[in-house]
Write a protein that binds this ligand. Sequence first.
Ligand code: C5P
Length: 232
Amino acid sequence: MGKDVIIACDFSSAGECLDFLSEFTGRKPYVKIGMELFYSAGPDMVRKIKEKGHPIFLDLKLHDIPNTVMKAMRVLSNLDIDMCNLHAGGTKAMMEAALTGLTRADGSRPLLIAVTQLTSTDEARMRADLLIERPLAEVVQHYAVCAKEAGLDGVVCSPLEAEQVHHVCGNRFLTVTPGVRFPEGDKGDQARVTSPADAKKMGSDYIVVGRPITAAADPVAAYERCVADFVD
Ligand code: C5P
């Protein structure tokens, strides 16, 4: 499976997103559609972007009882998306049910990736709010192993965790990593950031890049730079 750059299209309307993507006349980038865009523009937006030839990561982070997640995944599998995700915290039973729902009649399915602990959750909050006493790194690795045992394809994590995840789950288990910035770029609200070149060195399989591309003066050039540093 090849490495790729996924653009986080965090726009609040279909128009804004389609205007942005119309600038990409050559290579069609992998697009991440998150809750904001999906809840405002709906499944039609997914179909429109797919028709333009973009691979799609639908980032809706499902977390519910297994039966509900299975049925929701069945609906999503009809959208011809390439990747989607859920919370590993929903347990292996939920992840297995999700895989069942996601698998189409012909046996094909989108990649299914688990969120371990959100990067907004630090060790102190995990202890105080979730009553999880183990170190964060151990929790991330354990959730990754559970996702692998449930049959999932990989996890969302920081590039800084990619090596550890590959160590416990093998190199074919995918790491999809946000928190990427150019060395001279603005960090925004991301606390720990990694450059595309360093993410490549750390073994990330996909980098998710939002504002360094969407807010760039020349988004196509910023995207091509990510590809040159991470993929080529
Ligand atoms: O603009 P920026 O490059 O920070 O965008 C990163 C994208 O990755 C956003 O859509 C954000 O919601 C998502 N993400 C993240 N950290 C996680 C999971 C998802 O930044 N742990």
